[in-house]
Design a binder for this molecule. Structure first.
Ligand code: AMP
Ligand code: GLY
Length: 426
């Protein structure tokens, strides 16, 4: 088979590494990819939002399967364009990717189908939102821009003043662009967060092993929100009781709700859950693998990823036995000092060869490129590498991952030192 992956980050490198393990696959392409992905796939200079070019390329190369990793092209309808061109694609169509693309849609869906989530109101006008804040609101309160905002469109406001400023930033100043044309104001919840990724074929859902992200830039969950500074899998807080609750009230209920709305979902649903004192609640849905959750979940998956993708497309997921290794994995992101605000790019990276043929260790590239000579690997983003290691236990995986972060180096290398530390409390 020939497989094309769409995207350019650490998640797509993890997907490519899984695809490369399949006996069924002869050739992997990635659009646009990055320098690390380029070691196992042929990267083609086509942007993830260039739908017609992607479809033309897929036809020209007779691609058998396209796997769309990123949210923007899914929400924009890349899968629909590919299907119309007769190309098999893994990921939700536009009318289903709205589960991630519109927070107002997902909140209304959960309300209509009684899926546990925080209470909320939706506003089209800043004035109405402000009036609501003055009359009804309890603080802290959560403001969410409706659309995609690179994970930054959520503001937790401790005071009325902060919330007023937030409404202006999102709706009036359009700090997150058109994502802010509608606003969700949501009740603040407390509890531990867990990410659960799943495969869905329109009617059947199969849960992957749980994971936990670390979104803040600094140790102790301080500093600014980032795309994710590290992950571990499984989460010891995702207990049997939590799983039973979610199986009963959240997972299948979401898939059935989407089907009932005439929006059957095929692909990956990412459930962002908060384990509150009153039980698990949905914080958010994503319509794709998490980044960097994919970097700890996929290396532990026993199945051939091609079989799983095809079962999702063909609607035969009920016949597939999805299995994960009985171990753990930790991913530590190596970023450039200053991320997510301001940082240097183009710095040489050394030591990458240490990962070659090292069983249970992975160096997923997030932001790298090759120098003009085509030999020296350079940093090319805020998040540069995701160092993943497996271990028999979370503690062992954590020790292995941190040891492996020492194998690679670049100027201004920055990482959190407490990824997975929460497991000590479990
Ligand atoms: P989201 O993109 O909706 O997952 O929001 C990003 C982050 O904001 C989440 O991972 C939580 O840490 C936080 N968050 C979102 N909604 C709430 C809420 N209702 N209560 C407390 N924290 C929240
Ligand atoms: N790690 C969170 C996300 O991918 O949205």
């Amino acid at each position: 088979m020939k497989v094309l992956i769409v995207g350019s980050g650490g998640r797509e490198h993890a997907i490519a590494a899984s695809v490369a393990k399949s006996d069924k696959v002869d050739q992997i392409y990635c659009a646009p990819g990055n320098a690390g992905i380029g070691q196992i796939a042929e990267c083609v200079p086509i942007g993830a939002m260039e739908f017609e070019k992607i479809a033309d390329f897929a036809k020209e190369k007779a691609i058998d399967l396209v796997i769309v990793g990123m949210d923007d092209p899914l929400v924009g309808g890349l899968v629909d364009v590919l299907e119309k061109a007769g190309i098999r694609a893994f990921g939700p169509r536009k009318n289903a990717a709205i589960l991630e693309g519109s927070k107002a849609f997902s909140k209304d869906l959960m309300k209509k189908y009684h899926i546990p989530t925080a209470g909320y109101e939706i506003f089209e006008e800043a004035e109405d939102a402000l009036e609501y804040l003055h009359t009804q609101a309890k603080f802290p309160i959560v403001l969410k821009a409706d659309g995609l905002a690179l994970g930054k469109g959520v503001l937790i406001c401790n005071t009325l003043q902060e919330a007023e400023d937030g409404v202006c930033a999102i709706m009036t100043e359009r700090k997150f662009g058109s994502a802010g044309s509608r606003l969700v104001i949501e009740e603040f919840m407390t509890g531990r967060e867990v990410s659960v990724l799943s495969f869905v074929d329109g009617k059947t859902i199969k849960i992957m092993s749980s994971a936990q992200d670390h979104k803040r830039a600094q140790d102790g969950d301080k500093g600014l929100n980032t795309g994710g500074m590290g992950t571990f899998s499984p989460s010891p807080f995702y207990t049997k009781e939590v799983d039973e609750f979610c199986q009963k009230y959240i997972y299948q209920a979401t898939v059935d709700a989407m089907a009932a709305e005439g929006r059957p979902f095929k692909g990956v649903i990412f459930f962002g859950l908060m384990l509150t004192a009153d039980g698990p609640r949905v914080l958010e849905y994503n319509a794709r693998f998490g980044d960097p959750e994919a970097q700890v979940v996929l290396p532990r998956m026993k199945n051939d990823i091609i079989d799983v993708c095809e079962a999702c497309i063909d609607g035969t997921l009920d016949q597939l036995d999805l299995q994960f290794e009985d171990n753990a994995a930790v991913c530590v992101v190596l970023a450039s000092e200053g991320y997510p605000v301001k940082y240097e790019k183009g710095l040489p990276i050394t030591g990458l060869e240490a990962f070659t043929d090292k069983e249970g260790y992975y160096c997923f590239h997030a932001g790298t490129k090759l120098d003009q000579d085509g030999r020296t690997m350079l940093t090319n983003g805020g998040r540069v590498l995701g160092v993943t290691a497996k271990g028999a236990t979370l503690k062992e995986a954590r020790a292995n991952a941190y040891a492996a972060t020492e194998w690679v180096d670049f100027a201004n290398k920055y990482m959190r030192h407490d990824i997975g530390k929460a497991i000590d409390e479990a």
